[in-house]
Design a protein around this ligand. Structure first.
Ligand code: BES
Ligand code: MN
Ligand code: ZN
Length: 495
């Protein structure tokens, strides 16, 4: 990732390829944000009219580049919109920095003079530099879009320890998100359940997280009918990976579960091509859980953490699970499979039963689970469902503190009744009705969480993969959705 440092220096006299300055204000009434005072003065008295003539707007993330000329030592000055308030909200700061850094791919060095007067803001800037500078270039034989070489945050706090550790935390978080993006963007011919499990073990090697991989023979012996049923049609067998972090002085025990379908063809209930093209992203929940777990350990947060990721490929063959089959899940509950494309809940069910055995204080699962959640909340918001009303309300707020958008959805009596509506098995996997499919899936999952364990389900089907143009610090492709929220959760449980 881009190397990030802090420096206390005069912005207009700093030698750099590009100097990033914030713009705030309403409509055409804009001015430079705090940190930009010296730059405005260096351009002279005509600067406000220059901004007007260039039609510079303070819309968050809008970028205007002007030559440094004789006014400043930077070659270009990058004006970036930070919104209408002088007191710039953290998320506007992150999005603005993300856009600015993204627009500078190829620059050897960038300096930023922005509202960086608290460690919290310094962290936000560092995080956004890391996130905005992301590029997935592994499969390009030639690429012009080299990321930015190095970034310097100009701040009066440069020599303070809390500001330096803020940069470290921001960098660690951004690295975790970017590692998730890399894993999600890796195509399914290079990432199958076996290679993904190997990769997880490799990433954890030598660190503070212990990894245990259950292979298909072990899953068979222990009766993991959900994971095995979904993985049966693939040439690559499924895996269940357990990650465990047990620091001394842990304040709480968190449990994470992630959906890791390395490719979702739909199985015999085959998806149409248009819905299948992005389905390499169906392991985003697992990737988020793994990278967040490794980051939490790297940050040495004093929480115990046990994570499970169910890895399988949902494919078609003579061995595939059929609609109408009945599976016996880990723990003994039976499920009538009616649509092999609703595979996520089957692999998650096994993992939730296993995770419940550890009796965590809080259990969180992350999954690209339903198209219905995207219909309900759109492409950038995660659906939150829970067996606890307090968590249903507090998790979206916690996510917002981490810079992620989440919104509660209910588990109604109506969907619970439909889940229990199978005539030949304990539970129905899907219902014939399409209504409230995100909630139905959550009601199904809740059946596999042991009584008394507070549980939260995060449906990231919308935000996990950005098929549109990049914006702010969000690139095209894998986004790393939920990673920052999981780290935030551990951070707040450590306090
Ligand atoms: N992986 C998909 C959900 C998905 C959709 C993720 C769009 C990302 C973007 C999931 O396995 C699926 O196919 N869900 C079905 C369930 C249905 C058959 C009950 C869906 O939502 O259509
Ligand atoms: Mn599916
Ligand atoms: Zn899926």
């Amino acid at each position: 990732m881009i190397s990030i440092s802090l420096r206390k220096a005069v912005p207009e006299k700093t030698r750099t390829a590009a100097l990033v300055v914030g713009v705030v204000g309403k409509g055409s009434d804009v001015r430079l944000a705090s940190g930009g005072e010296g730059v405005a003065a260096a351009y002279g008295r005509s600067f406000p009219s220059t901004l007007k003539a260039l039609k510079v707007k303070a819309k968050v993330g809008e970028v205007t580049k002007i030559p440094g000329g004789d006014a400043v030592s930077a070659s270009v000055v990058v004006l970036v919109g930070l919104g209408d308030q002088d007191d710039v909200p953290l998320e506007s700061l992150r999005r603005g920095v993300g856009s600015a850094v993204r627009s500078l791919a190829g620059a050897s060095s960038v300096a930023l003079t922005l509202p960086a007067d608290t460690p919290e803001r310094v962290r936000a800037i560092a995080e956004a530099i890391g996130l905005g500078g992301y590029a997935f270039t592994r499969y390009l034989s030639e690429h012009q879009t080299e990321p930015v070489g190095e970034a310097v945050i100009l701040t009066g706090l440069a020599r303070r320890r809390d500001a330096r550790s803020a940069v470290e935390v921001g960098t660690t978080v951004a690295e975790a998100v970017n590692a998730t993006r890399d894993m999600v963007n890796t195509p399914s011919n290079d990432l199958d359940p076996v290679s993904m499990a190997d990769r997880i073990a490799e990433l954890a090697k030598g660190g503070r997280v212990r990894v245990k991989v259950l292979d298909d023979a072990e899953l068979e012996r222990a009766g993991y009918g959900g994971i095995l049923g979904v993985g049966k049609g693939s040439a690559t067998p499924p895996r269940l990976v357990r990650l465990s972090y047990r620091p001394r002085g842990a304040k709480a025990h968190l449990g994470f579960v992630g959906k890791g379908i390395t490719f979702d063809s739909g199985g015999l209930s085959l998806k149409p091509t248009s819905s299948m093209v992005t389905m390499k992203c169906d392991m985003s929940g697992a990737a988020a859980v793994v990278m967040a777990t490794l980051a939490i350990a790297e940050l040495r947060l004093p929480v115990r953490l046990t994570a499970y990721v169910s890895l399988a490929e949902n494919m078609i063959s003579g061995a595939s699970t059929r609609p109408g089959d009945v599976l016996t899940m880990y723990g003994g509950k039976t499920v009538e499979v009616l649509n092999t494309d609703a595979e996520g809940r089957l692999v998650l069910a096994d993992a939730l039963v296993t995770a419940s055995e550890d009796k965590p204080d809080l259990l969180v699962d992350v999954a690209t689970l339903t198209g219905g959640c995207v219909v309900a909340l759109g492409e950038s918001i995660t659906g939150v469902m829970s067996n606890d009303d307090g968590l249903l309300r507090s998790i979206p707020e916690l996510a917002a503190r981490a810079g992620e958008e989440m919104w509660p959805l209910p588990i109604t009596d109506e969907v619970v009744e439909r889940v229990k509506g199978s005539k030949i098995a304990d539970l129905a996997q899907v219902s014939t009705k399409r209504a409230a499919s995100a909630s139905f899936a959550a009601a199904f999952l809740r059946e596999f969480v042991a009584d008394g364990i507070p549980w939260v389900h995060l449906d990231i089907a919308g935000p996990a993969f950005n098929a549109n143009s990049p914006s702010g610090y969000t690139p095209k492709g894998g986004t790393g959705a939920a990673v920052r929220t999981l780290i935030q959760l551990a951070t707040e449980h450590a306090e």
